[in-house]
Design a protein around this ligand. Structure first.
Ligand code: DHB
Length: 318
């Protein structure tokens, strides 16, 4: 019998835990040529801002060993176009829409939450407080527990009560648990772990930075152990808070690793760029992985690596 992969996004049940990662599938339209977006746990959109934005100059992307650097600069259509065009399209496809939002101030985040709450069909809000590509690193809310809480609190109080709010944290901090606690105290229903790490590459031929934006967000398999560590630490400290895990997931086994660390859902990002069907494949592989371990329900696996006694299977493999 296939494994029961249902999971919970706050109070909302998803048919399976595989989501797109914000920024890697726009609002799902391009991806729908390769994947039935309605079959995913949810589509997480590229972060939406109030105004349309052209983003950073090119080059915006660079390959690195087992990873990718990007400096897009939150390019996007703005909330009006998103609500008129992208959200209705996702809903007509039958997809669940987790809308990522980004703002330059607490008031902007609150306004975005209000606008999304007035529209029908938003499954959840992911609050991107950790974009690495803002001009002023002083405004990376995720690097400061007080600022992270202020944004979370403003979004939670403006979002409709039945829309779960997940705050997305940056791994580029000394103590991610402190930031996580602060966001949860401010009302976050869940956390997304992790955003990209700030990185940089220099072209040794031109002797200049590769990216026009100079620094960029590092993603891909290179960062998966950082994601596993952050999810593990946050799950240990806040065992009842649901986590969307992301960071370098390429296979069902990688997704299984994040789930064992404590993620209830897993977003797939960079893998989509070279395998647009990655979400479907990873979902299939995750089901197979559970089957191989004789595990019938995803719910029994979330955070299982924390359990000292473990399953009979864990013990037999020691
Ligand atoms: C961008 C935003 C992010 O949150 C991220 O991790 C990487 C890039 C951007 O739009 O530049």
């Amino acid at each position: 019998m296939p494994a029961d992969l249902r999971t919970k996004l706050g109070h909302i049940e998803l048919p399976n835990p595989i989501l797109t990662a914000s920024g890697c599938a726009a609002a799902g339209r391009e991806l729908s040529r390769f994947t039935d977006v309605a079959k995913l746990g949810a589509v997480v959109t590229k972060s939406i801002m109030l105004a349309p934005r052209a983003g950073r100059p090119t080059p915006r992307m660079a390959e690195t060993p087992s990873g990718m650097l990007n400096s897009i600069g939150l390019q996007g259509p703005g909330i009006d176009a998103f609500l008129q065009r992208d959200l209705p399209w996702l809903l007509t496809q039958g997809a669940r829409a987790v809308v990522s939002i980004a703002g330059g101030s607490v008031a902007e985040y609150a306004e975005l939450a209000g606008r999304l709450s007035d529209a029908p069909g938003v499954t959840a809000i992911e609050v991107n407080i950790s974009c690495p590509n803002v001009e002023d690193r002083g405004t990376v809310f995720a690097c400061d527990p007080v600022a992270a809480a202020a944004v979370t609190e403003a979004v939670r109080s403006r979002a409709r009560y039945d829309i779960p709010v997940f705050t997305k944290l940056s791994p580029d901090v000394t103590d991610i648990v402190a930031i996580a606690r602060s966001c949860v105290s401010a009302g976050a229903d869940g956390l997304s772990l992790i955003n990209t790490l700030l990185g940089m590459a220099i072209d040794t031929r031109t002797m200049r930075p590769v990216l026009a934006g100079i620094t960029g967000g590092l993603s891909g398999p290179a960062i998966r152990p950082v994601a596993v560590r952050c999810i593990w630490q946050v799950k240990q400290a806040l065992p009842d808070i649901p986590v969307i895990g992301m960071g370098g997931v390429r296979t069902g086994r990688d997704a299984f690793e994040l789930i064992l660390a404590g993620a209830s859902m897993v977003s797939v990002g960079t893998a989509i760029f070279h395998d647009p069907g990655a979400c479907d494949r990873i979902l299939r592989e995750l089901g197979d992985e559970l089957g191989r371990h004789g595990l019938g329900r995803l719910g029994d696996v979330i955070g299982l690596a924390h359990k000292p006694s473990g399953t009979a299977r864990q013990q037999s493999l020691r």
